[in-house]
Design a protein around this ligand. Sequence first.
Ligand SMILES: NC(=O)c1ccc[n+]([C@@H]2O[C@H](COP(=O)([O-])OP(=O)(O)OC[C@H]3O[C@@H](n4cnc5c(N)ncnc54)[C@H](O)[C@@H]3O)[C@@H](O)[C@H]2O)c1
Ligand SMILES: [Zn+2]
Length: 369
Amino acid sequence: MSSPLVVSLGSRSYPIHIGPGLLSSSLIPEGAGSRKVALITNTTLLGPYGTPLVRSLEEAGLTVETVALPDGEAHKTLDTLNLIYDALLTASLDRRSCLIALGGGVIGDMVGFAAATYQRGIPFIQIPTTLLAQVDSSVGGKTAVNHPKGKNMIGAFHQPRAVFADTDTLKTLPDREFTAGLAEVIKYALIRDPDFLRWLEDNMAALRSRDAGALTHAIRESCRNKSEVVARDEFETGERALLNLGHSFGHAIEGALGFGTWLHGEAVGVGMLMAALLSQELGHLASSDVSRIARLLRAAGLPMKLPDIPVDNLLPYMAVDKKNEGGRFRLILLRAPGAAYIEDAVSRDHLRSFLAGAPPSLASLASPA
Ligand SMILES: NC(=O)c1ccc[n+]([C@@H]2O[C@H](COP(=O)([O-])OP(=O)(O)OC[C@H]3O[C@@H](n4cnc5c(N)ncnc54)[C@H](O)[C@@H]3O)[C@@H](O)[C@H]2O)c1
Ligand SMILES: [Zn+2]
């Protein structure tokens, strides 16, 4: 097994282990760094992954409290969080105990927030089991639950003690979830890594067949890019905002359609293409660059059409987006494929006419140049 990546945050630095076979290795009980742990997962993942992991932790001499939460974004709430606190208090976990998040981004975000707040903060480790969680949500220390008035509105920054991304778990991930995760992988390449972009263009078929070697490389490059950005701007005062490429447009699609209709990554895929088109309109990208990006998104199996939503339904979701400062539209756009920047100068009228003029079918963009 290759050496782990390290997220460099001084005394809060931590390793990201990536590859097959991690769930049954001794790295996890060692990484927990505590005799007493709570393994928190959901009812879907408890049988296939939770129970075997509990067994191997117990064999390593740890005392394990197991918590299985209901599955789904709808349960990423303060009420579900209370179930975690209840279980931790009932089992007398103390400040030296460690929480283990086993699941996708929903579990990771909730367990991270529980760890940030239980007894004013205890350690936790992330064992992400979706592609999105392995390349994005498990790294960087953002934790949260939803509020009826907004997604991720109650949260904290709290870095994990270690991350274990076992590529074997992706074998059971539904196709649609897997494909949505590829959007976030492509995002890192478009933001800051032209070499990774070329690698993705050459290896998309291997990735989509979930080849362990291709997956390990793609997850590692994604986490390396994210952790380099996080190490420079942990609390998102500047550069970390680049990680939101495609997300303003994506959130607008998700919100206008009703959250959950499209998966987040599906909306981000189309959102990145919108960002590329606007970048072309502003004179940064050639049409051949936009086609290149469209071809990669199509090769990943991501949607290639805008949902049928009137512009006036999209705009409010862009305006309330928390990435906007002082009422202006703050967008992440591209100077080149592999180089994103923060654009503050797009007015509401400009954005409206851009959205109104966007082609409903994006598939034609992906035709050979
Ligand atoms: N903290 C961050 O920086 C950050 C970044 C991006 C997204 N997020 C959050 O992540 C969440 C989305 O995460 P997600 O896309 O992983 O969704 P998810 O956690 O809801 O998982 C998707 C579905 O896949 C199932 N599943 C998970 N692993 C599986 C496996 N190996 N095999 C079979 N089924 C499996 C889950 O039970 C669930 O039904 C959102 O709440 C979002 O806000 C957080
Ligand atoms: Zn995202």
